[in-house]
Design a protein around this ligand. Structure first.
Ligand SMILES: Cc1cc2nc3c(=O)[nH]c(=O)nc-3n(C[C@H](O)[C@H](O)[C@H](O)COP(=O)(O)OP(=O)(O)OC[C@H]3O[C@@H](n4cnc5c(N)ncnc54)[C@H](O)[C@@H]3O)c2cc1C
Length: 300
């Protein structure tokens, strides 16, 4: 949960600003984000549009030098404490991949309201809430980069989000395996530690192998990203694999904790709940598979 809040700030809400924002915009919004004086959210998803990002309805109508923004954003991480929302909105009519812009909306702008934190299955140390925009007036100079490029910028920004999600999952998964090794080394059944059963050893060894393979993919994709390569396929693969593997690791490990694994206060139980988001947030497994299929040239 804590890493989610930080990751939103560093790798989900600010990469487009860093890459495409004007110097003026970066000084005003990125500098305080880097110094830790301001909290950012990324506001893309809406009640009726999560996977289908191009289907968002929130819009900004030009009025003089401003946009008048109306709409709502759903499931927004950090939103109850955010100073700024990096927000994807429709800024014109027309083709839905070319009519969007990323606009920074300060949370204290009149007409912005944030609902109470949502009750979630996991990630309880990360706040998530719905935001409403009611005739919110924001200067057009708060737009990141060119008008109409918002969808493209957000797709690029998603690449860093997905690499972060995959990278951030690695240590947690290894921690789950380590804590399970320690528990099963102490806990005995039928006169010997649970860990002394080969089936347990082999399962943990296999999961550790999968983590190492994911780490290699993440490192490869991140290296390409740092060198300016298009890592769409590898970032999507890493996100897909990490979401699935995190669920597999937490579920398999929990099994070896027996009844303790079903108790709320046990760490592995928290990992089981928290890891579930990995296959949904930031683009579901199916969305990742769609991107990979498209890159392979096999999408219908
Ligand atoms: C805790 C939490 C934090 C979040 N934080 C943020 C945030 O900070 N900012 C933000 O913008 N959003 C955030 N989200 C939203 C998140 O990105 C979306 O929930 C996610 O993209 C899925 O969208 P949806 O919930 O609308 O699911 P839907 O689009 O309704 O899809 C539901 C399910 O249908 C399946 N599906 C969808 N499309 C297809 C398809 N084409 N083929 C096959 N199956 C498909 C998938 O399994 C998917 O999970 C957060 C969500 C949660 C739960």
């Amino acid at each position: 949960g804590v890493s989610t809040g930080i990751g939103v700030q560093t790798d989900m809400a600010t990469p487009a600003l860093a890459r495409f924002g004007s110097d003026e915009l970066r000084n005003e919004f990125l500098v305080p984000a880097i110094t830790g004086d301001a909290v950012f959210s990324i506001a893309v998803s809406e009640p009726q549009a999560g996977s289908d990002v191009a289907g968002i309805q929130t819009n900004g109508v030009k009025d003089g030098d401003d946009y008048i923004i109306n709409g709502s954003k759903m499931w927004i991480t950090n939103s109850t404490q955010a100073d700024f929302f990096c927000t994807l909105i429709n800024t014109s009519e027309g083709q839905r991949h070319k009519n969007k812009s990323l606009v920074i909306i300060p949370s204290d702008t009149p007409g912005v309201s944030v609902d109470k934190p949502l009750k979630k299955l996991g990630l309880h140390s990360s706040d998530t809430a719905q935001i409403f925009f009611d005739n919110v007036r924001v200067p057009q100079r708060n737009r990141i980069g060119e008008e109409g490029m918002g969808f493209i910028y957000q797709m690029m920004q998603f690449q860093e989000e997905r690499l972060f999600a995959a990278a951030a999952s690695l240590k947690g998964m290894e921690h789950n395996i380590q804590s399970t090794i320690e528990y099963t080394r102490e806990r005995e059944t039928f006169g010997k530690p649970i860990l002394k059963n080969q089936v347990v050893q082999f399962r943990l060894a296999e999961l550790q192998t999968e983590i190492e393979a994911l780490r290699a993919l993440v490192y490869d994709a991140v290296e390409g990203y740092i060198h300016g390569k298009d890592v769409l396929t590898k970032a999507s693969m890493a996100k897909l694999k990490s979401g699935r593997l995190a669920r597999e690791v937490s579920d398999s490990c929990l099994q070896y904790w027996g009844g303790m694994g079903f108790m709320w206060e046990t760490g592995i139980t928290r990992a089981y709940r928290d890891s579930r988001l990995g296959s949904i947030g930031g683009g579901s497994d199916e969305v990742m598979l769609g991107i990979i299929s498209k890159q392979m040239g096999i999408l219908d």
